[in-house]
Write a protein that binds this ligand. Structure first.
Ligand SMILES: [Mg+2]
Length: 241
């Protein structure tokens, strides 16, 4: 285990954005509601169904089965087919995406932990999310200044868990010692697998207590972001999960 610096075990904390710092589901739900109202869609749109379709499409994107443009529209095409909605999924999607950054809901305790860590450790945003959502949303949420590096997959052309994503990231970070770097994220297939393959410590943010099906073990597992205090700061709590 690393020697603590200024009471911190890690010099760099890499945060995933969606479902880790941002309550993406709430933002998406609100944006779909607003867009549906604008489009005059009368059918009730059950968000849980969209969420499941969206999750499957993201998995296809992360495993390389579909590209980013297909991901954008496929999820609404499938959702509208399921609900019998006749609106054009492409224009609906574009409007949905336009509104999304303006609805930046944070996960419980995200604000607190980021403010606490700011100035004490270096922090990065490592996201596979869409560029037109990620940067404006960080700005609107007034969080941009907290991060030393922001790496958006859609901008660099590679995504987590790819090794090349982390190569580019470490380049931007000034090639720090891997032992002093930890990634915190909700996805076992992108955040935890990516970090683990790259040889850095990982913290799986698993608020719902889901079963780990990725076949890769995180260094730590937490249910709430406040647990990061103990992992990042407390020398005596270094028992890997
Ligand atoms: Mg995520």
């Amino acid at each position: 285990m690393n020697a603590p610096v200024n009471g911190f075990r890690y010099h760099w904390v890499l945060f995933d954005a969606d479902h880790t710092l941002f309550d993406f589901d709430r933002s998406a739900q609100e944006s779909i509601k607003m867009t549906a109202r604008e489009f005059g869609i009368d059918q009730p749109l059950d968000y849980a169904d969209y969420h499941e379709i969206n999750r499957r499409c993201w998995e296809e994107y992360e495993t390389g089965e579909i590209d980013r443009d297909t991901l954008r529209y496929k999820r609404f095409r499938l959702f509208f087919e399921m609900k019998g909605v006749t609106a054009d999924p492409v224009t609906f999607h574009d409007r949905y995406l336009e509104q999304l950054p303006h609805l930046p809901f944070l996960m419980d305790y995200a604000d607190e932990i980021l403010s606490h860590l700011h100035g004490r450790v270096k922090m990065a945003i490592v996201t596979n999310g869409l560029p037109e959502v990620q940067r404006p949303r960080l700005e609107i949420a007034k969080l941009t200044h907290l991060f030393d590096v922001i790496q958006v997959a859609g901008e660099v052309g590679v995504a987590k868990p790819d090794r090349s994503y982390f190569d580019l990231l470490f380049e931007q970070m000034g090639k720090p010692d891997k032992q002093g770097v930890i990634i915190v994220g909700d996805s076992t297939t992108s955040d935890i697998k990516g970090g683990s393959d790259y040889g850095i410590d990982t913290c799986w943010f698993n608020p719902a207590g889901l079963e780990n099906r990725a076949g890769v073990m995180p260094t730590y597992e937490i249910r709430h972001l406040s647990e990061l205090h103990q992992i990042l700061e407390d020398e005596t709590a270094d028992q890997p999960a």
